[in-house]
Design a protein around this ligand. Structure first.
Ligand SMILES: [Zn+2]
Length: 294
């Protein structure tokens, strides 16, 4: 009888454990399902994709905007899979700032994996050889495509996305026309703002300053991965950011970010994807805060 009682007790214990196991599984699934759902806040994720730019913007009402895709489709899909709910396969807007490999490569296979509603492209994608597979897939999928130009303002729920660069006439004869005509975006939510400068260099910065655009922003995505030719002192002074984010690969061969640029950002809280991994900026429209993966 004793042995029987012990067996029953053990069975009851095991059943309990199974029950706890099932509860844990349900909790894990609920957590997975809730992850990436709209929470009434703006989330901007600077993804960890190595040497390149890739940002995911999630609006307070749950719309998703991708800005560039970095150099590695694998890294990008991993990052998105970790942020977005597993059933969510729609991106409301995909923006390619310019067709360089460290911005476009990850975006191309994204067009097959996600349903992309529309694309804001850069004019230089029309002629760039590197963008041929991008153009072909956009055409095959019949995705609506417009070209970024200064003055465009896109209301996305409570957000406003404004194009600051390229200007009405593209810049020519600069150190890199491709970089200097890349799409620069201003993102406003309530009293908070971010400036996403793609690979714009000093010439594009001077052009934006000369045009008298509103540049002041809380968060600056530092231009051209912290290269010395971007983030001029005048531009930093006009933006006057509290936080700067540098998307850069560890031990990259370009020496990005340049120590000179870090000096120009003295007094600004600098975050780097090579050191902190994925960087998330959250805004409730009044305040902003930053979370890092490490
Ligand atoms: Zn780049």
């Amino acid at each position: 009888m004793k042995a029987q009682a012990a067996t029953n007790w053990l069975r009851a214990q095991l059943a309990g454990w199974r029950w706890i196991g099932a509860l844990a599984a349900v909790a894990a699934m609920a957590w997975l399902a809730l992850r990436g759902l709209p929470d009434g806040r703006l989330h901007v994720y600077f993804l960890e994709v190595g040497q390149g730019d890739a940002m995911l913007i999630q609006s307070p009402d749950g719309r998703q905007i991708m800005v560039d895709g970095g150099p590695s489709p694998t890294a990008l899909l991993y990052e998105l899979g970790d942020i977005l709910p597993f059933w969510d396969r729609t991106l409301d807007l995909v923006i390619l700032t310019h067709p360089d490999g460290d911005h476009i490569t990850g975006l191309i296979p994204l067009l097959d994996r996600y349903q992309v509603v529309q694309v804001l492209d850069a004019a230089q994608s029309e002629a760039a050889a590197e963008a041929a597979p991008w153009r072909a897939r956009l055409a095959a999928a019949g995705i609506r495509r417009t070209f970024a130009q200064r003055g465009m303002s896109l209301p996305i729920g409570d957000l406003t996305l404004t194009v600051l660069n390229p200007g009405t006439r593209p810049l020519k004869g600069t150190t890199s026309d491709d970089n200097n005509n890349s799409t620069v975006l201003r993102l406003d939510y309530g009293a908070t703002s971010l400036l996403l400068t793609a690979d714009a260099e000093a010439e594009a910065e001077a052009d934006m300053l000369a045009a008298g655009l509103l540049l002041r922003a809380d968060v600056l995505k530092v231009g051209h991965h912290g290269s010395q030719g971007a983030t001029s002192a005048r531009f930093v002074a006009a933006v006057a950011p509290r936080v700067a984010v540098i998307q850069v690969g560890a031990e990259n061969t370009f020496g990005h970010p340049s120590p000179e640029v870090l000096k120009r950002l003295a007094g600004v809280q600098v975050y780097r994807t090579d050191q902190q991994g994925r960087i998330e900026v959250v805004s409730d429209g009044k305040r902003m805060w930053v979370k890092t993966a490490r």
